[in-house]
Design a protein around this ligand. Structure first.
Ligand code: NAD
Length: 337
Protein backbone atom coordinates (compact mmCIF):
# COMPACT_ATOMS: atom_id res chain seq x y z
CA UNK A 1 0.00 0.00 0.00
CA UNK A 2 1.75 3.18 -1.18
CA UNK A 3 1.51 6.46 0.72
CA UNK A 4 0.11 9.35 -1.29
CA UNK A 5 -0.44 12.98 -0.30
CA UNK A 6 -2.28 15.82 -1.99
CA UNK A 7 -0.69 19.28 -1.93
CA UNK A 8 -3.52 21.74 -2.72
CA UNK A 9 -6.95 20.36 -1.84
CA UNK A 10 -8.99 22.37 -4.35
CA UNK A 11 -11.09 21.48 -7.42
CA UNK A 12 -8.69 18.83 -8.73
CA UNK A 13 -6.98 17.88 -5.45
CA UNK A 14 -10.14 16.87 -3.61
CA UNK A 15 -11.25 14.68 -6.51
CA UNK A 16 -7.85 13.01 -6.82
CA UNK A 17 -7.90 12.33 -3.05
CA UNK A 18 -11.20 10.46 -3.37
CA UNK A 19 -10.03 8.57 -6.47
CA UNK A 20 -6.85 7.40 -4.73
CA UNK A 21 -8.85 6.41 -1.65
CA UNK A 22 -10.90 3.85 -3.56
CA UNK A 23 -7.84 1.99 -4.97
CA UNK A 24 -6.42 -1.06 -3.18
CA UNK A 25 -2.72 -0.40 -3.87
CA UNK A 26 -2.43 3.19 -2.59
CA UNK A 27 -3.87 5.34 0.18
CA UNK A 28 -4.14 9.01 1.11
CA UNK A 29 -1.93 9.83 4.10
CA UNK A 30 -2.92 13.47 4.18
CA UNK A 31 -3.98 16.56 2.25
CA UNK A 32 -2.80 20.16 2.57
CA UNK A 33 -4.77 23.36 2.90
CA UNK A 34 -3.73 27.00 3.22
CA UNK A 35 -7.03 28.43 4.49
CA UNK A 36 -9.51 27.20 7.09
CA UNK A 37 -12.47 27.14 4.70
CA UNK A 38 -15.34 24.73 4.05
CA UNK A 39 -13.10 22.46 1.94
CA UNK A 40 -10.70 22.12 4.88
CA UNK A 41 -13.65 21.37 7.15
CA UNK A 42 -15.17 18.71 4.86
CA UNK A 43 -11.74 17.12 4.23
CA UNK A 44 -11.45 16.45 7.97
CA UNK A 45 -15.08 15.30 8.17
CA UNK A 46 -14.34 12.79 5.38
CA UNK A 47 -11.50 11.38 7.46
CA UNK A 48 -8.49 12.94 5.69
CA UNK A 49 -5.63 14.09 7.92
CA UNK A 50 -5.14 17.80 7.25
CA UNK A 51 -1.71 19.41 7.05
CA UNK A 52 -1.22 23.14 6.62
CA UNK A 53 0.98 24.64 3.93
CA UNK A 54 0.98 28.05 5.65
CA UNK A 55 2.08 27.13 9.22
CA UNK A 56 1.76 30.75 10.36
CA UNK A 57 -2.01 30.35 9.95
CA UNK A 58 -2.33 27.51 12.47
CA UNK A 59 -4.25 29.67 14.94
CA UNK A 60 -6.83 30.49 12.23
CA UNK A 61 -7.54 26.78 11.82
CA UNK A 62 -7.82 26.42 15.62
CA UNK A 63 -10.28 29.34 15.77
CA UNK A 64 -12.37 27.75 13.02
CA UNK A 65 -12.42 24.46 14.97
CA UNK A 66 -10.65 22.55 12.17
CA UNK A 67 -8.29 19.85 13.38
CA UNK A 68 -4.77 20.07 11.96
CA UNK A 69 -2.42 17.07 12.03
CA UNK A 70 0.78 18.88 11.13
CA UNK A 71 2.60 20.98 8.54
CA UNK A 72 2.95 20.21 4.84
CA UNK A 73 6.66 19.52 5.34
CA UNK A 74 5.79 16.88 7.94
CA UNK A 75 3.34 15.28 5.49
CA UNK A 76 5.92 15.16 2.67
CA UNK A 77 8.27 13.06 4.85
CA UNK A 78 5.66 10.27 5.01
CA UNK A 79 4.97 9.97 1.28
CA UNK A 80 5.95 7.81 -1.67
CA UNK A 81 4.40 10.35 -4.09
CA UNK A 82 2.86 13.78 -3.70
CA UNK A 83 0.19 14.90 -6.16
CA UNK A 84 0.69 18.66 -6.47
CA UNK A 85 -2.69 20.23 -7.28
CA UNK A 86 -1.77 23.81 -6.46
CA UNK A 87 -2.65 26.62 -8.94
CA UNK A 88 -0.57 26.79 -12.14
CA UNK A 89 3.05 27.86 -11.67
CA UNK A 90 3.27 26.99 -7.96
CA UNK A 91 3.89 23.30 -8.68
CA UNK A 92 7.05 23.99 -10.71
CA UNK A 93 8.36 26.15 -7.86
CA UNK A 94 7.52 23.41 -5.33
CA UNK A 95 9.44 20.95 -7.51
CA UNK A 96 12.73 22.85 -7.22
CA UNK A 97 12.21 24.37 -3.75
CA UNK A 98 10.84 21.30 -1.94
CA UNK A 99 10.44 17.95 -3.71
CA UNK A 100 13.87 17.75 -5.40
CA UNK A 101 15.55 18.74 -2.13
CA UNK A 102 13.91 15.93 -0.13
CA UNK A 103 13.92 13.35 -2.97
CA UNK A 104 10.12 13.06 -3.18
CA UNK A 105 8.45 11.88 -6.40
CA UNK A 106 5.71 14.22 -7.58
CA UNK A 107 2.87 14.48 -10.06
CA UNK A 108 1.87 17.92 -11.34
CA UNK A 109 -1.20 19.19 -13.20
CA UNK A 110 -1.85 20.91 -16.50
CA UNK A 111 -1.20 24.43 -15.20
CA UNK A 112 2.54 23.65 -15.20
CA UNK A 113 4.70 23.83 -18.33
CA UNK A 114 5.99 20.59 -19.80
CA UNK A 115 9.57 21.91 -19.85
CA UNK A 116 9.53 22.76 -16.13
CA UNK A 117 8.53 19.22 -15.21
CA UNK A 118 10.33 17.28 -17.97
CA UNK A 119 7.67 14.68 -18.71
CA UNK A 120 3.93 14.64 -19.44
CA UNK A 121 1.30 11.94 -18.97
CA UNK A 122 -1.78 10.49 -20.58
CA UNK A 123 -2.53 6.90 -19.58
CA UNK A 124 -3.53 5.49 -22.95
CA UNK A 125 -0.96 7.43 -25.00
CA UNK A 126 2.38 7.34 -23.13
CA UNK A 127 2.16 5.39 -19.83
CA UNK A 128 5.38 3.46 -20.58
CA UNK A 129 7.41 6.65 -21.05
CA UNK A 130 6.56 7.55 -17.44
CA UNK A 131 7.54 4.26 -15.77
CA UNK A 132 9.86 4.91 -12.81
CA UNK A 133 10.14 8.67 -13.49
CA UNK A 134 10.51 11.02 -10.51
CA UNK A 135 8.26 13.75 -11.96
CA UNK A 136 5.49 14.00 -14.47
CA UNK A 137 2.64 16.31 -15.40
CA UNK A 138 -0.89 15.10 -16.07
CA UNK A 139 -1.77 17.27 -19.07
CA UNK A 140 -4.65 19.75 -18.87
CA UNK A 141 -8.32 18.81 -19.11
CA UNK A 142 -8.47 19.93 -22.77
CA UNK A 143 -5.26 18.15 -23.78
CA UNK A 144 -6.44 15.00 -21.98
CA UNK A 145 -9.72 15.21 -23.94
CA UNK A 146 -7.91 15.55 -27.27
CA UNK A 147 -5.47 12.70 -26.50
CA UNK A 148 -8.29 10.34 -25.45
CA UNK A 149 -10.02 10.50 -28.84
CA UNK A 150 -7.09 11.25 -31.17
CA UNK A 151 -4.88 8.35 -30.01
CA UNK A 152 -7.35 5.61 -31.09
CA UNK A 153 -7.77 7.32 -34.50
CA UNK A 154 -3.99 7.73 -34.86
CA UNK A 155 -3.51 4.00 -34.15
CA UNK A 156 -6.36 2.95 -36.46
CA UNK A 157 -5.85 5.08 -39.55
CA UNK A 158 -2.87 7.39 -39.11
CA UNK A 159 -3.33 11.16 -38.99
CA UNK A 160 -2.07 13.70 -41.55
CA UNK A 161 -3.33 16.74 -39.71
CA UNK A 162 -5.75 17.73 -36.94
CA UNK A 163 -7.59 21.03 -36.69
CA UNK A 164 -9.37 21.53 -33.37
CA UNK A 165 -11.52 24.46 -32.24
CA UNK A 166 -11.85 24.60 -28.48
CA UNK A 167 -14.86 26.36 -26.94
CA UNK A 168 -13.72 26.84 -23.37
CA UNK A 169 -15.70 27.41 -20.18
CA UNK A 170 -15.06 30.81 -18.64
CA UNK A 171 -14.72 29.60 -15.03
CA UNK A 172 -15.35 26.59 -12.80
CA UNK A 173 -18.85 26.54 -11.23
CA UNK A 174 -17.66 27.70 -7.80
CA UNK A 175 -15.65 30.67 -9.12
CA UNK A 176 -17.42 34.04 -9.01
CA UNK A 177 -14.51 36.34 -9.78
CA UNK A 178 -13.71 35.00 -13.25
CA UNK A 179 -15.44 35.61 -16.55
CA UNK A 180 -16.56 36.40 -19.12
CA UNK A 181 -20.18 36.76 -18.03
CA UNK A 182 -21.15 38.37 -21.34
CA UNK A 183 -19.42 38.05 -24.69
CA UNK A 184 -17.09 35.57 -26.36
CA UNK A 185 -13.36 36.09 -25.88
CA UNK A 186 -11.15 34.76 -28.68
CA UNK A 187 -7.65 33.57 -27.95
CA UNK A 188 -5.92 35.36 -30.84
CA UNK A 189 -2.74 33.32 -30.41
CA UNK A 190 -2.84 30.72 -33.19
CA UNK A 191 -2.22 27.91 -32.63
CA UNK A 192 -3.57 28.05 -29.08
CA UNK A 193 -1.38 26.20 -26.57
CA UNK A 194 -3.58 23.07 -26.74
CA UNK A 195 -2.21 21.69 -30.03
CA UNK A 196 1.46 21.95 -29.01
CA UNK A 197 0.50 20.45 -25.64
CA UNK A 198 -0.90 17.32 -27.37
CA UNK A 199 2.54 16.99 -29.03
CA UNK A 200 4.16 16.57 -25.58
CA UNK A 201 2.22 13.27 -25.45
CA UNK A 202 1.73 12.06 -29.05
CA UNK A 203 5.07 13.33 -30.28
CA UNK A 204 4.75 13.33 -34.09
CA UNK A 205 1.10 14.33 -34.47
CA UNK A 206 0.40 17.40 -36.64
CA UNK A 207 -2.24 19.39 -34.74
CA UNK A 208 -3.34 23.02 -34.91
CA UNK A 209 -5.82 24.41 -32.40
CA UNK A 210 -7.81 27.62 -31.97
CA UNK A 211 -9.65 28.58 -28.80
CA UNK A 212 -12.22 30.97 -27.35
CA UNK A 213 -13.74 31.52 -23.91
CA UNK A 214 -17.52 31.55 -23.50
CA UNK A 215 -19.81 32.46 -20.56
CA UNK A 216 -20.46 28.97 -19.21
CA UNK A 217 -19.05 27.03 -16.26
CA UNK A 218 -20.16 23.50 -17.02
CA UNK A 219 -17.80 22.00 -19.60
CA UNK A 220 -15.54 22.71 -22.57
CA UNK A 221 -16.52 21.68 -26.10
CA UNK A 222 -14.19 20.62 -28.91
CA UNK A 223 -14.93 20.67 -32.63
CA UNK A 224 -12.37 18.35 -34.20
CA UNK A 225 -11.42 17.87 -37.87
CA UNK A 226 -8.91 15.13 -38.73
CA UNK A 227 -7.27 14.54 -42.13
CA UNK A 228 -6.72 10.78 -42.20
CA UNK A 229 -3.73 8.88 -43.64
CA UNK A 230 -5.84 5.85 -44.54
CA UNK A 231 -9.42 5.62 -45.61
CA UNK A 232 -11.79 4.42 -42.91
CA UNK A 233 -15.55 4.66 -42.53
CA UNK A 234 -17.70 6.48 -39.99
CA UNK A 235 -18.58 3.07 -38.50
CA UNK A 236 -14.87 2.26 -38.07
CA UNK A 237 -14.47 5.47 -36.07
CA UNK A 238 -17.56 4.75 -33.95
CA UNK A 239 -16.14 1.28 -33.20
CA UNK A 240 -12.78 2.83 -32.26
CA UNK A 241 -14.50 5.22 -29.83
CA UNK A 242 -16.56 2.31 -28.45
CA UNK A 243 -13.34 0.42 -27.67
CA UNK A 244 -11.32 3.41 -26.43
CA UNK A 245 -10.78 3.84 -22.70
CA UNK A 246 -12.58 6.71 -20.98
CA UNK A 247 -14.49 7.78 -24.08
CA UNK A 248 -18.27 7.39 -24.28
CA UNK A 249 -20.61 7.88 -27.19
CA UNK A 250 -23.65 10.02 -26.34
CA UNK A 251 -26.74 10.61 -28.45
CA UNK A 252 -28.50 13.89 -29.09
CA UNK A 253 -31.52 11.78 -30.00
CA UNK A 254 -31.69 10.59 -26.36
CA UNK A 255 -31.91 14.18 -25.16
CA UNK A 256 -28.20 14.65 -24.44
CA UNK A 257 -28.25 17.77 -26.55
CA UNK A 258 -25.95 20.13 -24.62
CA UNK A 259 -23.20 20.25 -22.03
CA UNK A 260 -25.93 20.95 -19.46
CA UNK A 261 -27.64 17.68 -20.40
CA UNK A 262 -24.32 15.80 -20.05
CA UNK A 263 -23.94 17.16 -16.53
CA UNK A 264 -27.50 16.04 -15.78
CA UNK A 265 -26.62 12.58 -17.15
CA UNK A 266 -23.59 12.43 -14.81
CA UNK A 267 -25.93 13.13 -11.90
CA UNK A 268 -28.25 10.35 -13.09
CA UNK A 269 -25.23 8.03 -12.99
CA UNK A 270 -24.94 8.99 -9.28
CA UNK A 271 -21.43 10.26 -9.86
CA UNK A 272 -19.73 11.87 -6.88
CA UNK A 273 -19.84 15.70 -7.33
CA UNK A 274 -21.58 15.12 -10.69
CA UNK A 275 -18.24 14.07 -12.21
CA UNK A 276 -17.95 12.95 -15.84
CA UNK A 277 -14.54 11.28 -16.05
CA UNK A 278 -15.08 10.03 -19.61
CA UNK A 279 -14.93 12.18 -22.76
CA UNK A 280 -18.45 12.19 -24.24
CA UNK A 281 -18.53 12.26 -28.06
CA UNK A 282 -21.78 13.08 -29.85
CA UNK A 283 -22.44 10.00 -31.97
CA UNK A 284 -24.44 11.98 -34.55
CA UNK A 285 -21.49 14.36 -35.07
CA UNK A 286 -19.03 11.62 -36.06
CA UNK A 287 -18.68 11.77 -39.82
CA UNK A 288 -16.02 10.77 -42.36
CA UNK A 289 -16.19 12.69 -45.66
CA UNK A 290 -13.53 12.69 -48.41
CA UNK A 291 -10.85 11.26 -46.12
CA UNK A 292 -11.55 13.72 -43.32
CA UNK A 293 -13.11 12.88 -39.96
CA UNK A 294 -15.33 15.36 -38.09
CA UNK A 295 -16.61 15.03 -34.53
CA UNK A 296 -17.75 17.02 -31.48
CA UNK A 297 -16.86 16.18 -27.90
CA UNK A 298 -17.20 17.72 -24.46
CA UNK A 299 -14.78 17.82 -21.53
CA UNK A 300 -15.73 17.97 -17.85
CA UNK A 301 -12.80 20.12 -16.80
CA UNK A 302 -13.15 19.33 -13.10
CA UNK A 303 -12.88 15.55 -13.42
CA UNK A 304 -11.54 14.09 -16.70
CA UNK A 305 -7.92 14.29 -15.49
CA UNK A 306 -8.69 12.60 -12.16
CA UNK A 307 -8.29 8.91 -13.18
CA UNK A 308 -5.13 9.89 -15.12
CA UNK A 309 -3.56 10.98 -11.81
CA UNK A 310 -4.17 7.52 -10.33
CA UNK A 311 -2.51 5.84 -13.34
CA UNK A 312 0.37 8.34 -13.18
CA UNK A 313 1.01 7.30 -9.56
CA UNK A 314 1.19 3.63 -10.68
CA UNK A 315 3.58 4.53 -13.49
CA UNK A 316 5.96 6.56 -11.32
CA UNK A 317 6.02 3.88 -8.61
CA UNK A 318 6.09 1.04 -11.21
CA UNK A 319 3.15 -0.59 -9.43
CA UNK A 320 1.91 -1.79 -12.82
CA UNK A 321 3.98 -2.14 -16.02
CA UNK A 322 1.02 -2.51 -18.39
CA UNK A 323 -1.00 0.65 -19.06
CA UNK A 324 -4.19 -1.29 -19.86
CA UNK A 325 -4.08 -3.15 -16.54
CA UNK A 326 -3.68 0.14 -14.68
CA UNK A 327 -6.49 1.83 -16.61
CA UNK A 328 -8.86 -1.10 -16.02
CA UNK A 329 -8.00 -1.23 -12.31
CA UNK A 330 -8.56 2.51 -11.89
CA UNK A 331 -11.76 2.44 -13.93
CA UNK A 332 -13.25 -0.47 -11.97
CA UNK A 333 -12.54 1.17 -8.60
CA UNK A 334 -14.02 4.52 -9.75
CA UNK A 335 -17.04 3.13 -11.61
CA UNK A 336 -15.88 4.52 -14.97
CA UNK A 337 -17.91 3.27 -17.93
P1 NAD B 1 -7.95 25.39 -7.20
O1 NAD B 1 -7.68 26.83 -7.05
O2 NAD B 1 -9.36 24.91 -7.22
O3 NAD B 1 -7.20 24.59 -6.04
C1 NAD B 1 -5.87 24.86 -5.69
C2 NAD B 1 -5.67 24.60 -4.20
O4 NAD B 1 -4.29 24.82 -3.88
C3 NAD B 1 -6.49 25.53 -3.31
O5 NAD B 1 -7.03 24.77 -2.23
C4 NAD B 1 -5.44 26.54 -2.78
O6 NAD B 1 -5.78 27.04 -1.53
C5 NAD B 1 -4.21 25.66 -2.71
N1 NAD B 1 -2.94 26.39 -2.74
C6 NAD B 1 -2.68 27.59 -3.30
N2 NAD B 1 -1.38 27.90 -3.15
C7 NAD B 1 -0.82 26.87 -2.47
C8 NAD B 1 0.51 26.58 -2.00
N3 NAD B 1 1.51 27.44 -2.21
N4 NAD B 1 0.73 25.41 -1.35
C9 NAD B 1 -0.27 24.53 -1.15
N5 NAD B 1 -1.54 24.74 -1.57
C10 NAD B 1 -1.80 25.89 -2.22
O7 NAD B 1 -7.18 24.94 -8.51
P2 NAD B 1 -7.54 23.73 -9.48
O8 NAD B 1 -8.58 24.17 -10.44
O9 NAD B 1 -7.78 22.49 -8.67
O10 NAD B 1 -6.20 23.63 -10.32
C11 NAD B 1 -5.08 22.92 -9.82
C12 NAD B 1 -4.21 22.50 -10.99
O11 NAD B 1 -4.99 21.63 -11.84
C13 NAD B 1 -3.71 23.64 -11.89
O12 NAD B 1 -2.46 23.28 -12.43
C14 NAD B 1 -4.75 23.66 -13.00
O13 NAD B 1 -4.27 24.23 -14.19
C15 NAD B 1 -5.01 22.17 -13.15
N6 NAD B 1 -6.31 21.83 -13.76
C16 NAD B 1 -7.43 22.51 -13.43
C17 NAD B 1 -8.62 22.18 -14.05
C18 NAD B 1 -9.89 22.92 -13.76
O14 NAD B 1 -10.67 23.10 -14.66
N7 NAD B 1 -10.14 23.36 -12.56
C19 NAD B 1 -8.68 21.14 -14.97
C20 NAD B 1 -7.51 20.41 -15.24
C21 NAD B 1 -6.32 20.78 -14.63
Amino acid sequence: MKNIGINGYGTIGKRVADAVSCQDDMKIVGVTKRSPDFEAMTAVEKGYDLYISAPERESQFEEAGIKVTGTADELFEKLDVVVDCTPGGIGAKNKTDIYEKIGLKAIFEGGEDHDAIGCSFNAESNYEENLGKDYTRVVSCNTTGLCRTLKPIYDLAGIKKVRAVMVRRGADPGEVKKGPINGIVPSTEVPSHHGPDVQTIIKDINVISMAELVPTTLMHMHNVMVELENNISTDDVLDAFENAYRVIKIKKSLGIDSTAAIMEYAKELDRSRGNMYEIPVWEESVNVQDGELYYMQAVHQESDVVPENVDAIRALLELEEDYEKSILKTNKAMGII
